[in-house]
Ligand binder design. Structure first.
Ligand code: SAH
Length: 421
């Protein structure tokens, strides 16, 4: 539940307006686990809420995989047994995480412990979705929500949480593992925010004191779950305390929603998955390009109202011999000319069932250089957590895979297709 819904609930219960804020603080900031723990509320009101069917629903960390590079991939489960993946990157990914932070190299890792977070949800007699959440600190060592190691904090902290917006994805990008799942369902706003809360809890960090970046680049297409994504964004800003400029949403290119997004008062920054430099190639790699082609996409990008010191990020997944030719770089530069933007280059993260190969570092560097010469800032994103299937496009609830002998790395023939071109 968001502020307005809570305000309504509180006023209908005949309680003073400030009770809504007390509930929000308890649930999103202190991350209590039950109504009973919200000690700022009168006992009687807590009982009334409980009786009216309000409960604290759960988002639980079901599994956790830690990479050698410090990345942690979480499998986070919800009430109906569905789960998504959420990734903690203690150092960003070298591509400024697509998030506008000055990500760099000097950040450090962070400790973690098991945690559980819960949402305040309304019973079946009500139409409001569950939304509040938090987590009680079970470790006991972080009563202020401070990271005991001091990592992820202050100006040296550049931790990024990559969150999911749907269970699976409907977009069918040919190089992405999540696509193989199809879409199971949308996440509610509460579930989206819940992912963040459980991870913050588990990592022992708490914004705004700890500088946390968020990217909607996990499972799902946020703009195909637009209302819940936007509601979650507002809650992340207003209730959890993460600044708008530290949140980035990435879309595969749902053009009408990019235009809606442009009108929002509170909104994250925009990233667009370009991934190809002409329509024929993009349609092959991302079938949604048939519906919203490059001309429509680039028109929406050009019309997008940027704030001071804001830019659009374009992601470009490089597939060996497919879209990584110098000619592609020149075409991409042409498409982006004159736009206030930057490009994040991502060399393909391989996966079973993905018939593309990862280009060599030289090839990636050559592509980057062409963009740079054309005055388009281009960054190469370091793959994070490939060994635990946490990198871009590898999120597929890969419990089975990750339990295999910690992945034969991407050199394994299982995960690479014959080189094209
Ligand atoms: N649906 C949204 C957000 C999720 S994907 C979108 O498409 O933007 C996040 C990023 O990972 C996208 O830019 C996507 O192009 C990239 N990606 C997908 N599969 C990948 C893979 N196998 N290797 C590298 N990047 C990949």
């Amino acid at each position: 539940m968001d502020r307005d819904e809570l305000a309504r609930l509180v006023s209908e219960a005949g309680q003073p307006g400030y009770r809504a804020k007390q509930i929000i603080d308890a649930v999103y900031r202190q991350r209590v686990e039950s109504l009973a723990e919200i000690s700022t509320l009168p006992q009687e009101f807590r009982e009334k809420l409980t009786q009216s069917g309000m409960t604290v629903g759960t988002a639980r960390i079901e599994k956790k995989f830690a990479s050698v590079d410090g990345t942690v991939r979480y499998l986070i489960g919800f009430g109906d047994g569905q789960s998504v993946e959420t990734v903690w990157m203690p150092e960003g990914d070298g591509g400024e995480a697509g998030d506008g932070s000055e990500a760099g190299e000097e950040a450090s890792g962070s400790g973690s412990s098991g945690a559980k977070a819960q949402f305040l949800t309304e019973g079946s007699n009500a139409g409001l979705e569950g939304l509040l959440h938090p987590a009680k600190n079970r470790t006991g060592q972080n009563r202020n929500g401070k990271n005991p190691t001091g990592q992820g904090r202050g100006r040296h902290g550049r931790s990024t949480i990559c969150i999911s917006s749907q269970v699976g994805c409907a977009v069918d990008c040919q190089f992405c593992l999540t696509a193989l799942l199809g879409v199971k369902r949308n996440l509610t706003a509460g579930e989206i925010v819940g992912q963040v809360c459980v991870v913050l809890k588990d990592q022992g960090v708490s914004p705004p004191e700890d500088r946390i970046n968020l990217v909607f680049m996990g499972m799902g297409e946020p703009f195909l779950n637009y209302e819940n994504f936007m509601k979650a964004s507002r809650l992340l800003v207003e209730a959890v305390g993460i600044a708008e400029r530290r949140i980035t949403v990435s879309t595969a290119g749902i053009v009408p929603r990019i235009r809606d997004f442009a009108e929002e008062k509170i909104r994250p920054k925009l990233a667009i998955s370009l991934n190809a430099s002409n329509d024929a190639l993009r349609t092959r790699l991302m079938p949604l390009n048939k519906k919203w082609n490059l001309e429509m996409l680039m028109a929406a990008a050009r019309d997008f109202p940027l704030r001071t010191r804001e830019w659009i990020t374009f992601e470009y997944v490089l597939l060996g011999g497919v879209n990584d030719h110098p000619e592609n770089a020149r075409e991409a530069a042409e498409l982006l000319r004159g736009l206030r933007c930057k490009v994040n280059l991502i060399a393909l993260n391989p996966g079973p069932g993905i018939d593309f190969t990862t280009p060599s570092a030289e090839r990636v560097a050559a592509f980057q250089e062409i963009l740079r010469v054309a005055a388009i800032p281009a960054f190469v994103r370091r793959p994070r957590g490939r060994d635990i299937y946490a990198a871009c496009g590898q999120l597929k609830r890969t419990v089975e895979i990750a339990i295999l002998p910690v992945l034969q790395q991407e050199s394994s023939p299982t995960f690479s297709a014959p080189r094209e071109g």
